[in-house]
Ligand binder design. Structure first.
Ligand code: ADP
Ligand code: ZN
Ligand code: MG
Length: 509
């Protein structure tokens, strides 16, 4: 009935080693007030110095979001008072932010939707207030940390779309290596603006939901707000323009402060920082950092490796995981000449990664991002996959070998040889074991050959043949190629059935 409009303001902490205007360490979780200096504590008379890495990372994100980087970009002071900001102004960008007029395509169950990006601007984060029972404490470690704000146009309509926007953006900045995307630690946080109106009437009066620290809360908060505002309009009232907070314990938004007219921040150009005019070398370094993006990569992997969309999405969750997958497939393919087996490689590597390797990572507490630290390198996994494909070892032993690569830091071939886990594929050797079992299990063999001669492939026949196959496998210490064993046992029985010299009398009994 109503049309809804959603615009997001997403803040991301850039992974610069130092803060944006001073040399202090930029890190989460350090002892409070240890990464501070006169600049980020806002002492009078100190001078900010621009961190070029912050500018570069900001431009990398801007480019990834299809923004235009202006010829000149500069900083302004945004004046307001708040205890977590000692200077009483924040250095931010206003008139010419580093990224302008971009877009990003988001994809979900509804198809593809283009969301316009109004701008990306670089600013300093404020300190952190910690409210205890009796007092409020201040930690200025976060003051001055490089913060990039991404502002969208109000092009989204549902909580689901906004959630996907955040998820895609998160994966993107992690791929680019400019933000760890950790929403719980506040490295990525969102303010969500939403209004509703009668169809065709344009934007409504907006409500801002502040400080959402999970993409799920973005979805829940916005959908709650759309419902709440609809009821207000249904009742013939007007929505109050205000800032609200998401209460995750009560699953509702709650009013924080009214915001009737736009606050006047008295922006003016920061006199202590020069105008930045990116040169060709800077712009090239930005372009060089633009890796293949997650969504296109996911689609390419579906086409190139014959994966399902779900599999490709799981593999592309982290760039390092997708890199690991492609390196393993490449190594395994390079060593495989048989076309049929080559075609199977990507599928088996996918299975290994999405089950065994993921299981090991979570058990060992290693994040997907750090997969390259694993002793199971793509080369080693490729060798193991090849050994299974070539029947050089059984799947069961290969899985055990995987664990030993991890604990003993050895190549799979060495482990398989050392433990005697190589698979016997020589028909003569397996034939010998079959002949021995044939003699030992004469009764069973006889019964089975009668069953087969009767052409009644009963349950009993199946269980007897499984029994004999098991006996042969046991005789080879479990190392015989099970497929070959099954084949040789079947042939042995058939021979019995065709020329049952020893059986003839008993049939007549
Ligand atoms: P403000 O001046 O309050 O900061 P802006 O115009 O800068 O507002 O927009 C901030 C965010 O709010 C943007 O993401 C924008 O898309 C969104 N927004 C602006 N007006 C509306 C509206 N009427 N309904 C929904 N979202 C809006
Ligand atoms: Zn400092
Ligand atoms: Mg604004």
């Amino acid at each position: 009935m109503y049309q809804s409009f959603i615009g997001l303001e997403v803040h991301i902490h850039l992974l610069t080693k130092t803060k944006v205007f001073c040399e202090c360490r930029s890190a989460f979780g350090d002892e409070p007030n240890t990464n501070v200096c006169p600049v980020c504590l806002g002492y009078p008379g100190v001078l900010p110095a621009l961190n070029i890495e912050a500018l570069r990372m900001g431009c990398i994100v801007a480019k990834a979001l299809n923004c235009r980087i202006p010829e000149k970009t500069w900083f302004e002071r945004k004046q307001y008072f708040y205890p977590d900001m000692t200077k009483n102004y924040q250095i931010s960008q206003f008139a010419s932010p580093l990224g302008q007029e971009g877009y990003v395509d988001i994809e979900g169950g509804w198809g593809v939707k283009r969301v316009r990006i109004h701008e990306c601007h670089l600013e300093e984060d404020a300190g952190k207030m910690i409210h205890t029972g009796a007092a409020s404490l201040l930690d200025y470690n976060r003051a001055g940390v490089s913060l990039l704000e991404i502002v969208t146009e109000p092009d989204m309509e549902t909580g689901e779309e906004a959630e996907v926007f955040i998820q895609q953006l998160r994966r993107m900045v992690r791929y680019l290596g400019v933000c760890d995307g950790n929403m719980e630690e506040g490295s990525l946080r969102a303010d969500a603006n939403v209004s509703i109106n009668l169809h065709g009437k344009g934007l409504g009066r907006k409500v801002e939901i502040k400080n959402l620290n999970s993409s799920r809360f973005v979805r829940l908060g916005l959908n709650y707000e759309i419902g709440r505002q609809s009821k207000v309009l249904d009742a013939g009232k007007a929505v109050v323009q205000e800032t609200r907070l998401w209460n995750e314990n009560r699953d509702q938004t709650e009013s924080m402060r009214r915001k009737e007219n736009a606050q006047d921040y008295r922006y003016f150009p920061e006199p202590d920082l020069p105008i930045f005019a990116p040169d060709a070398a800077f712009l090239k370094s930005v372009d060089d950092a633009l890796v293949e993006f997650p969504l296109p990569r996911q689609k390419r992997m579906v086409a190139e490796y014959g994966l399902s969309n779900e599999q490709a999405a799981l593999l592309c969750e982290e760039k390092s995981f997708a890199d690991y997958f492609e390196a393993t497939v490449a190594a395994a393919r390079a060593a495989e000449r048989d076309a049929e087996r080559r075609a199977q490689i990507a599928k088996s590597v996918t299975n290994w990664l999405l089950t065994d390797i993921k299981h090991i990572l979570s058990r060992e507490g290693v994040s997907l991002m750090d997969i390259s630290a694993l002793k199971i390198t793509p080369k080693r996994l490729a060798a193991l996959v090849a050994m299974v494909a070539n029947h050089e070892t059984s799947m069961k032993n290969a899985k055990q070998a995987l664990e030993l690569i991890l604990s003993e830091d050895k190549d799979p071939m060495d482990i398989i040889v050392e433990r005697g886990w190589g698979q016997i594929t020589d028909p003569t050797e397996i034939g010998r074991a079959v002949a021995e079992v044939e003699k030992e299990e004469a009764e069973t063999v006889r019964e089975l050959s009668i069953l087969i001669a009767d052409a009644s492939v009963s349950k009993r026949a199946r269980s007897l043949s499984a029994y004999l196959t098991g006996k042969v496998l046991a005789r080879t210490g479990g190392r015989a190629d099970p497929k070959l064993v099954g084949e040789l046992v079947r042939r042995m029985i058939e021979n019995q059935a065709i020329c049952p010299s020893s059986l003839a009398p008993s049939i007549g009994e």
